[in-house]
Write a protein that binds this ligand. Sequence first.
Ligand SMILES: O=C(O)CCC(=O)C(=O)O
Length: 257
Amino acid sequence: MKLKAADVQAFQREGYLKVPYQVIEEEYLQRLRRSYDTVFNDYEVGEGLRNLSKTESKTEEAVETNDGEMWQVMGMWKRNEDFRQLVYHKPLLDIAESLIGGNIQLFQDQALYKPANIGGPIPWHQDNNYWHCQPADLVSIWIALDDTDEENGCMNVIPGSHVSGALEHSRAKAGDGNTSAILMTSQVDDSKAVPISLSMGYAMVHHCLTFHTTQPNYSRRDRRAMVIHYMPVGTRNGEGELLNNNDYPLLRGKTDS
Ligand SMILES: O=C(O)CCC(=O)C(=O)O
């Protein structure tokens, strides 16, 4: 089901959209929730599992901070069949097609897990600050695998922030204020922030230049989320190289060649 024209216009204007229908049906949702936990149990830190709330030392080893735990697993589609199928899931590709056209590649996916009571924050940022993709036309579909709200670290966005283009970011300060976190951030007027609560199985989509953040999870409920970053065929990295190898599979449509 493609997005309605009014939803596409809202996305273009605001740089995000709370998808107005459930994108993962019940049986598949429960399977994904089980597989998510399996992946987090199966992989060790250093095998693709990392705590984004820690700082990076000069030797690139993570250092303890008091910022809690914000767990990330990249490349879920390569690790688990349920998540491989998810990047091809028709409702998600229909949303991506409505926003970036019919020739769609995977840029990357990631599982982002904020455990109950100790889940750490992700500071304000634009995704393309990390990626430097050109053109900056990527979209990210952020899927709630638990009910998410302001208590357990739902997504927050600055509406319309994508139109100002790429802003400069620097390393975020970690909890002790002296060390620098793995994550990057930039100054935003957070009085304009909009929290986006989602029931599990629902999603929001944001543009790669839209400022967004998530708060710590001080609730007693886990917050498991999955985000898939889609790009139009023809996207290049910061060095100007076409992203066309097996790490960026064609999901729908055709390549230029
Ligand atoms: O899930 C989170 O806590 C952060 C998500 C995020 O920054 C993203 O989807 O780009």
